[in-house]
Design a protein around this ligand. Structure first.
Ligand code: SF4
Length: 332
């Protein structure tokens, strides 16, 4: 059996606000195998980024986090101290964010920003860290690395800043890389180059990857397994082929129908809006938008139904009594 580098059971994250408590993540469980690339897909506000910030313990003060299990590489992250967590952040778990301008420090040069994690986590002397930084910039395809080391983030193009972020995220050879919408802010040609670079670095360093995106097209080119999130919950999980060709959840079917394809004359949007997580619905969070919703759906939150081979879907359409009444429902 494959070893898990990350294991999460029943994670809840909420935020106290003036309007009430926002239940951003409402009890999700998943794992990441060593060396695999897991995609997490869903609309904005579905809880995918908050789940990752919860794992990294990078939540704001108004947040509260609970979980039955939160294990990273054999370590219980629920019991670890603030200092222990800082040793993991940027060292054993690397992160790449959507907008490098907000995650790179505008006041420091590229050299400072790559060298400081190397000196802090790997105990390298300044000269050794600088040499390693040069090799890393070269490895992520940045020309004239000597010159770039002396520059500030605003002096670099968007694609180059994202390459610097990848160099920083990978500099300590992390066991897990979390990439949150890493290509959304880039134009299409640069997007493809950055995804290719991430795949190359993953293979080079044998890093496990969690790729968060709203774009199923990006997931299909990078990942072997996918989790689909909606309304703070996991709707469906499975191998990429299951999600694309044996879709088990109407929300996933809606996402797939909204991908531009040559064979499709027009895009089919998912009408309606996601649920209000200040007051989440008692039943299926997708019920108000689902073309297959039944009376039961609004009242009871569906359990997961095992569709075989690690494929599971939280939808009442898979319940044997519903199937007996309706037969197999064609999704999408
Ligand atoms: Fe639609 Fe009901 Fe399935 Fe939810 S449980 S996705 S509302 S059919």
């Amino acid at each position: 059996m494959a070893e898990h580098i990350l294991e999460i059971k029943n994670l809840h994250t909420s935020f106290r606000t003036d309007a009430g408590v926002v239940q951003a993540v409402r009890g999700i469980s998943f794992y990441v195998e060593k060396g695999e690339s897991l995609g997490i897909v869903g609309e904005s506000g579905c809880g995918k980024s908050v789940s990752m910030l919860s794992i990294m313990r990078l939540l704001e003060d108004n947040a509260s986090l609970e979980a039955d299990v939160l294990n990273f590489d054999g370590q219980d992250l629920l019991k670890i101290s603030g200092k222990g967590m800082r040793d993991i952040q940027g060292n054993r778990i690397g992160m790449i964010f959507q907008d490098p301008m907000t995650s790179l420090n505008p006041l420091f040069t590229v050299e400072e920003q790559i060298c400081s994690p190397l000196m802090r986590h790997q105990n390298l002397k300044r000269k050794e860290a600088r040499e390693k930084a040069l090799r890393l910039l070269d490895a992520v395809g940045i020309p004239s690395p000597e010159r770039r080391l002396k520059q500030y983030p605003h002096e670099l193009s968007g694609g180059m800043r994202q390459r610097v972020m990848i160099a920083i995220a990978m500099c300590c050879r992390p066991g897990l890389l979390i990439a949150d919408e890493p290509t959304t802010a880039l134009d299409v040609t640069i997007q493809a180059q950055i995804l290719e670079l991430m795949a190359h670095m993953k293979n080079e360093f044998q890093t496990s990857v969690i790729l968060i995106t709203h774009d199923l097209g990006v997931i299909s080119s990078m990942c072997t397994r996918v989790i689909v999130m909606y309304g703070g919950l996991i709707m469906e999980e499975g191998a990429i082929e299951d999600i694309f060709y044996r879709t088990g959840h109407p929300y996933t079917a809606g996402l797939l129908a909204s991908i531009p394809q040559k064979s499709r004359e027009k895009l089919v949007p998912i009408y309606g809006t996601p649920p209000d997580l200040l007051n989440p619905p008692a039943g299926c969070p997708f019920a108000a938008r689902c073309p297959h919703a039944m009376k039961l759906c609004a009242k009871c939150q569906p359990q997961f139904f095992d569709l075989g081979g690690g494929h599971r879907s939280a939808c009442w359409l898979h319940h044997p009594s519903v199937k007996a009444q309706k037969g197999e429902v064609k999704l999408g």
